[in-house]
Design a binder for this molecule. Sequence first.
Ligand SMILES: Nc1nc2c(ncn2[C@@H]2O[C@H](COP(=O)(O)OP(=O)(O)OP(=O)(O)O)[C@@H](O)[C@H]2O)c(=O)[nH]1
Ligand SMILES: [Mg+2]
Length: 339
Amino acid sequence: MASARLENSVSAQAIRNGDRRALARAITLTESTSAKARAASEELLTSLLPYTGSSIRIGISGAPGVGKSTLIEALGAHVTGMGRKLAVLAIDPSSRRSGGSILGDKTRMEQLARNPNAFIRPSPAGVALGGVARRTRDALLLVEAAGFDVVVVETVGVGQSETAVASMTDVFVLLIGPGAGDELQGLKRGVMELADIVLVTKADGNFQQAAARAAADYAHALHVMRPKYPSLAAQVLQVSVLEGRGLKEVWSAVHEFHSALRNSGELSSLRAQQLDIWFGQELEQILSEYLFEDPEIAQEAAQMRDRVLMGDLLPSAAARNLLHSFRVRTPLHRAAPPK
Ligand SMILES: Nc1nc2c(ncn2[C@@H]2O[C@H](COP(=O)(O)OP(=O)(O)OP(=O)(O)O)[C@@H](O)[C@H]2O)c(=O)[nH]1
Ligand SMILES: [Mg+2]
């Protein structure tokens, strides 16, 4: 089995040495659904945990075509040019494109893909958002242990994926197109509330005036919103990658925002909060995996669901009944994690 081979082949030391093949294999291991691979991956991550956490974790999101890949490519060249190492991970809701892959985006990330100080990892294909988020968190720890000190988690803005990205990054950058007056109407307030930096893209040529207007509109919208941090205001910037304007400022803004969070102690409370969310999600996820591993429980669950859908049974009562059956049927030793 491929996973058995993988388990033996990834050493924590190789990851710490920055061995890219080991890193890629370790990420593949976290994506495997086999119980053995998962145990191996958890063991690897546990031994690497002390070497994680020191990167600047940046979330980047925006509508399809807004300029995410173009910006990340340019930003990547800029930060690696300063001697940093940059990793790009993607959260791509799998429904959007089959095999959703930022690597497939050859035209705009190909330089970065060849850059020895950059590492690009596409989102695993065919997995629901919850699964992708879980694996991306693991991948984030792995790239940190491998010495990447700037990590970008990218997602296309289609709804919930922004929340997932914001729940695992330090600074959330929302990209907005220059024709944004109308977009502002359509944009969910919740997404705006996540933004630390709003970046109006393509502020060049014919778009320049529209971009300036959009920037003013967004600055106003942010101003009237409840701030995310009491002492640190979200900001709006304009960028043109095409004309090479505003890129340095974007990096400075991200870097300064991050430093401010760190100095005020808000970074450590943010990360603690994120770990809490992660823990809660894992509890729910693993609990339901245990439940459905038992075929009789799975069958009972299907029956309960039918009754719920018929309006015959309250969802909370059904869930409680099911957990009760599970507890009665499952001796504690069987509920131990698979070794
Ligand atoms: N004028 C102008 N066009 C840009 C700029 N940045 C990106 N574009 C163009 O916008 C289009 C989309 O850019 P991408 O970087 O692929 O956008 P994306 O957000 O990654 O798109 P998806 O991956 O499909 O969600 C491309 O045709 C780019 O050339 C810019 O600064 N100025
Ligand atoms: Mg793209």
